[in-house]
Design a protein around this ligand. Structure first.
Ligand SMILES: Cc1cc2nc3c(=O)[nH]c(=O)nc-3n(C[C@H](O)[C@H](O)[C@H](O)COP(=O)(O)OP(=O)(O)OC[C@H]3O[C@@H](n4cnc5c(N)ncnc54)[C@H](O)[C@@H]3O)c2cc1C
Ligand code: SF4
Length: 493
C-alpha cells in the first residue's frame, strides 16, 4: 500500500461526462479521461484492505457483488499510484483479458463492494482499470504475444462475443490453434452489434481483435454454424468445439395489435443503427429511424436504456420507458447492507439525457402495455398502458408478482414501440445441430463447461443466460481451462 492516508487525503473523482444535451448530438463516447496525476491520486485512495471485497465476486443477498473475474484490484491500484504502469498492466491482464471493455461498460460490481464505500465514496476502480489499459495502449506497451510453441491441437469457437474472445485468447496463449467462427460480418458479438457506440466505440473492439489476430487466432466471419457449416464438419476438423453463441432468443409481447407497423424488438433497432453507423455513418438509411417519433420502450433493463440513448440521438419527438416493477428507493433499505449490490434507484446515462432533453424522467414505473392501437394503414399510432401492482412475492425467486389494476388504462401517442423485455436463452438451432442438451431455461446444459456431447463445451450467455460482459469473460476463461484439460489431460491455464 503506497499511500497510507490516500483515502483520507483525496476525494473520489470520476472521469468527467460531457453535458447530456451536447452528447446526444453525436455517437461517440463522452467520458474524457482524467490527467495522469489525477488518475494516480485515485489509485492512492485504495486502502489495500486485508479482505478486499472488491475482488470477491460472491453472491450475497441474492445478487453478485465484487468482481467476477477476481481482478487484482488493490495490486494494480497501488502500482497505478506509484507510477509502475507496465507492472499495473501485467497484473490487470492477469485476471482480465479485455479491461478496455469492462473499463467502459461494466456496472462495476467491485465498487459496490469497496470498503471505502462503506462510509464514503468507493475507489474509482472501473475508471482506474480503463486508465491503466488505455495508457498502456497509448505508450505501446500492449504488443502481440505470439506463443513460442504450438501443441498441434485445433479448437473451433462458435461466436465472437466477449466469452468466445476470452476463451480464444486463453487457448491461443496456451499454444493451441484456435479458429473463431462468427455468423455476423464483424467480430465482437454484442460488443460490436448491441452495446451502442456511445458506450463502447467500435474502434476499441477492432483494436483488440487485430491484436488477437496478430497473436495467431483465425477469425472467420459470415459463417453460421449449424446452417452454413454443419456440426459434423466442425467436429471432424477440430479436436474440441466451444459454443459461445450468446442468448439471442428475444422475449416478445403478446398484446392485441402486436402486428402493427412500427413495433420492433430492441435488438433489431440497436443492431441496425450500429451497422448503418459503422458502414456509412447512417447515410445509407438502413436502420429504423426514431426521428420525429413518439417512442415507447417496453422494459426497464439496460437494453431498454440503450434504446432511449439511441432514440435521442436519432432525434425522437418524445421517449418513455415502461417499467414493470416499482421504483427502487434512493437509499439502501435496512436489509440490503454493504457489501451487497445496492438495490437503489439509479439513472442510466440515457435517463439523464432524456431528462435534459424533455425535462422529465422517461420511466413510467409499475406500468405495462395493454394494447397497441393502429391507424387505417396498420401503422402504430398509440399505446394503451395499464398500471401494475405487486402484492405477493414468488416463493422461489422472491420477485414481486405484478398484476394489472383494472380501470387504470391510459393512452400514449406512439409511432415506434421497442420491445426490450429480455432474452429467453440461446437460439435452439445450434443446440439441435450438435445434439447437446439444454436446461429448463433453454440454456446449454453443462457440467464444468462440458456439454452432453464429448468434446463440445459451452460458455457465456449461451450457458448462463443473458448477463454481463464481465461474466462472459469469466466464463470464457473458465471454459478454456476445461477445454485445455480435456485436450491435454491437465491444465496450466
Ligand atoms: C443492448 C445490450 C446492451 C448491453 N450492455 C451491457 C453493458 O453495458 N455492460 C455489460 O456488462 N453487459 C451488457 N450487455 C450484456 C453483454 O453484452 C452480454 O452479456 C455479453 O456480450 C455476452 O457475451 P457472449 O460472448 O456470451 O455472447 P454475445 O456477445 O451475444 O456473442 C455471441 C456471438 O455468437 C454469434 N453466433 C451465434 N450463433 C452463431 C452461429 N450459429 N454461428 C456463428 N456465430 C454465431 C453471434 O452472432 C454473436 O456474435 C448488453 C446486452 C445488450 C443486448
Ligand atoms: S471487471 Fe468490472 S467488476 Fe471487475 S474490476 Fe473491472 S469494473 Fe470492477
Amino acid at each position: 500500500m503506497g499511500k497510507v492516508t490516500g483515502f483520507l487525503d483525496y476525494t473520489r473523482k470520476n472521469n468527467p461526462a460531457q453535458a447530456p444535451l451536447d452528447r446526444i448530438e453525436h455517437w461517440k463516447e463522452f467520458h474524457p479521461m482524467l490527467t495522469e496525476a489525477d488518475r494516480r491520486q485515485q489509485g492512492a485512495r485504495c486502502m489495500d484492505c486485508g479482505v478486499p471485497f472488491c475482488q470477491s465476486g460472491v453472491k450475497l443477498g441474492g445478487s453478485y457483488t465484487g468482481c467476477p473475474l477476481h481482478n487484482l484490484v488493490p495490486e494494480w491500484n497501488d502500482l497505478l499510484y506509484t507510477g509502475n504502469l507496465a507492472q499495473a498492466l501485467e497484473r490487470l491482464h492477469k485476471a482480465n483479458n479485455f479491461p478496455e471493455f469492462t473499463g467502459r461498460v461494466c456496472p462495476a460490481l467491485c465498487e459496490a463492494a469497496c470498503v471505502c464505500g462503506l462510509h464514503g465514496a468507493p475507489v474509482t476502480v472501473k475508471d482506474n482499470e480503463l486508465g491503466i489499459v488505455e495508457e498502456g495502449f497509448a505508450q505501446g506497451l500492449i504488443q502481440p504475444r505470439v506463443p513460442a510453441h504450438r501443441t498441434g491441437k485445433r479448437i473451433a469457437i462458435v461466436g465472437s462475443g466477449p466469452a468466445g474472445l476470452a476463451a480464444a485468447d486463453q487457448l491461443n496463449q496456451r499454444g493451441h490453434s484456435v479458429t473463431v467462427f462468427e455468423r455476423d460480418d464483424r467480430i465482437g458479438g454484442l460488443l460490436m452489434y448491441g452495446i451502442p457506440s456511445m458506450k463502447l466505440e467500435k474502434k476499441y473492439v477492432k483494436r483488440r481483435v487485430e491484436l488477437l489476430e496478430a497473436e495467431g487466432i483465425t477469425f472467420v466471419t459470415g459463417v453460421d454454424v449449424g446452417k452454413d457449416k454443419s456440426a459434423q464438419e466442425l467436429l471432424a476438423e477440430y479436436d474440441a468445439v466451444l459454443l459461445c453463441t450468446g442468448a439471442r432468443q428475444a422475449r416478445d409481447i403478446t398484446v392485441p395489435g402486436r402486428e402493427a407497423k412500427g413495433v420492433h424488438l430492441a435488438m433489431e433497432y440497436l443492431t441496425a443503427t450500429g451497422k448503418s453507423y459503422l458502414n456509412s455513418k447512417l447515410k445509407d438509411g438502413n436502420y429504423i429511424n426514431a426521428a420525429g417519433k413518439d417512442v415507447i420502450v417496453v422494459g426497464g433493463g439496460d437494453t431498454g436504456s440503450d434504446c432511449i440513448g439511441v432514440a435521442l440521438r436519432h432525434g425522437c419527438k418524445s421517449v418513455h420507458q415502461l417499467v414493470k416493477y416499482p421504483r427502487l428507493p434512493d437509499r439502501r433499505p435496512a436489509d440490503n447492507c454493504w457489501p451487497e449490490w445496492p438495490k437503489v434507484n439509479k439513472n442510466d446515462y440515457s435517463h439523464d439525457e432524456a431528462i435534459a432533453r424533455f425535462g422529465e424522467d422517461p420511466r413510467i414505473f409499475q406500468t405495462t402495455v395493454k394494447e397497441l392501437l393502429t391507424d387505417e394503414k396498420g401503422e402504430l399510432r398509440a399505446v394503451k398502458t395499464i398500471r401494475l401492482e405487486g402484492t405477493k412475492r414468488d416463493k422461489k425467486t422472491g420477485k414481486l408478482i405484478m398484476t394489472e389494476v383494472p380501470g387504470t388504462e391510459e393512452e400514449l401517442p406512439c409511432q415506434l414501440l421497442l420491445v426490450a423485455i429480455g432474452f429467453q436463452g440461446p437460439e435452439s438451432y445450434v443446440a439441435q445441430a450438435f445434439g447437446v442438451e439444454t436446461d429448463a431455461r433453454t440454456n446449454l446444459k453443462t457440467v464444468d463447461y462440458a456439454t452432453s456431447v464429448a468434446g463440445v463445451f459451452a460458455a457465456g450467455d449461451a450457458r448462463r443466460g443473458q448477463s454481463l460482459v464481465v461474466w462472459a469473460i469469466q466464463e470464457g476463461r473458465a471454459a478454456a481451462r476445461e477445454v485445455d484439460r480435456y485436450l491435454m489431460g491437465y491444465t496450466s491455464l
